[in-house]
Design a binder for this molecule. Structure first.
Ligand SMILES: [Zn+2]
Length: 479
């Protein structure tokens, strides 16, 4: 995936004007601006903006972004005394299609209403406001003031340095509301990329001890790289990233930890690159001993850095020596009754089969792995039914054969099946499997063990992503 260099440089007039550096810029814009600025300042000659030429400014609807302002943003309380870099601002979608939102803070904030006219409403300490999509527009109600607009944007800014609380969750940065569809609101957190990571890394790798900080740094770089490599066009361009597993899980201020904060600060601005471009930094919990090449399990192009590697010390190709051997679900098993298999196949095969399923599936007569990838994962799962024989490709196999008793998708697509039949119909299926997750890219359990054994974050990342380099993508500004 290529880094957009002003590729998304579209200034949306619906949006509130920026009140912080680069606010309302997409990630790509902000990064591009910072790259260009860095080149002009000769801060780092490798951060050239040569990619700007011929990309972006050509179309009539494309306009240069507004110039950055130098307004200082107050810092929420509770953050470390040291200065913390913010990085480019990104737009994280917190909620979509909601009709009501409650907002509060233990400090002061302003409610800035951008409609036909602009109105700035200051609040008293501890006020709670309610916003509602109704009457064809947005209504806001506070203890001593209110407003109603037919269209426009509402931007809430902390002025006392304390986080803003949206429906019970505290966030750094600013909160923006706008109508996403008639009668519903979208809620977006406009926040510095580095602050965003503080609410992402602990959710993605969990609270870790200081002895594993190199793995946390690797996770921080992977998460930062993911955010930057994102094309920034979620929900029709309303925001850059979802705050859920659809992108990266983001928990705001309450999930932050000292170790994760330190790992993020010590890698500020660093991303994983190959040939000068941010990589697709996939990660997951446990590879089961060997990672997977992306194109083997997903119908996506082959990438030179997402290849299958043994998750073992150099020179060893022994699964029992895998770094992730002590992690949960390194080995797993599952068992289904014939009825459970038929229910899963009935519900999920039509979504994931390689060919259309056009009639009722009926009985399941067989389930078998007919082809495997070089790592041993399922390349083709074949399911024979009353309606015909269907095939499921690669990682999709675990989206059909879900965990028994409604436990979500199967732990991995690296499994062996033992199928019992009765009267030509599947009566029981047992699976023995390896690993937890898709297996493409960084194995988190392996990364933790590598860190415990003294490997650096660079060594960890280069172990899982072939031929990459760790390089500054932008120069984070400290505030
Ligand atoms: Zn592993």
């Amino acid at each position: 995936m290529t880094l957009p260099c002003l590729r998304h440089a579209r200034w949306d007039s619906r949006r509130a004007p920026s009140s912080t550096v680069g606010a309302s810029l997409r990630t790509g814009q902000a990064v591009a601006l910072l790259r260009c600025a860095a080149a002009v300042l000769v801060v780092c000659v490798t951060l050239v903006c040569g990619g700007c030429a011929g990309t972006g400014f050509g179309g009539g609807e494309v306009a240069p972004p507004p110039p950055p302002e130098e307004t200082a943003t107050p810092q929420p309380e509770g953050r470390p005394a040291r200065t913390v870099p913010e990085g480019p601002l990104i737009r994280v979608g917190l909620e979509r299609s909601v009709t009501r939102v409650a907002m509060s803070s233990s400090g002061h904030f302003t409610v800035d209403v951008y409609a036909d006219s602009v109105r700035h409403i200051p609040t008293a300490e501890g006020e709670e406001w309610r916003f509602r999509a109704g009457g064809g527009g947005i209504e806001g109600t506070g203890p001593s003031s209110d407003f109603e607009i037919a269209a426009g944007t509402v931007r809430v800014r902390s002025t006392g340095g304390k986080p803003l609380v949206v429906d019970g969750t505290a966030y750094r940065g600013e909160i923006e509301f706008f109508l996403s569809a008639p009668g519903t609101l979208s809620v977006v957190n406009v926040v510095g990329l580095e602050s965003y990571l503080r609410g992402v890394v602990p959710k993605e790798i969990g609270p870790r001890p200081i002895g594993e900080i190199e793995a946390v740094k690797a996770q921080a770089i992977a998460a930062r790289t993911y955010a930057i490599a994102s094309d920034g066009g979620r929900a029709g361009g309303d925001f850059d990233l979802f705050s859920s597993v659809r992108d990266q899980v983001y928990g705001g201020v309450d999930v932050e930890t000292d170790v994760c904060d330190l790992a993020i600060a010590e890698t500020a601005g660093l991303v994983a690159q190959r040939d000068g471009e941010p990589i697709n930094a996939y990660f997951y919990a446990n590879c089961g001993g060997r990672t997977e090449a992306r194109h083997e399990v997903w119908e996506l192009e082959e990438l030179p850095y997402l290849v299958s590697v043994w998750d073992t010390p150099r020179g060893s190709h022994r699964r029992e020596e895998a770094y992730c051997r002590g992690g949960a679900n390194f080995d797993w098993s599952a068992e289904w009754t014939g009825v459970q298999i038929e229910m899963l196949v009935q519900e999920y095969l039509p979504r994931y089969a390689s060919t259309p399923v056009q009639e009722a599936i009926g009985a399941v007569h067989d389930v078998k792995v007919t082809e495997r990838t070089p790592s041993g994962r399922v390349r083709w799962l074949e399911i024979r039914t009353d309606a015909g024989t269907y095939r499921v490709f690669g990682d999709r196999s675990r989206w059909v054969l879900r965990r028994p008793k409604g436990g979500g998708i199967l732990w991995s697509a690296w499994f062996d099946l033992d199928v019992e039949k009765s009267g030509g119909r599947v009566s029981r299926v047992r699976a023995k499997g390896k690993g937890y997750g898709h297996g493409v890219g960084m194995c988190q359990h392996g990364a933790m063990e590598m860190a415990r054994r003294g490997h650096s974050h660079g060594e960890i990342l280069r172990h899982y992503y072939a031929g990459i380099e760790i390089a500054p993508q932008y120069i984070p500004e400290a505030r």
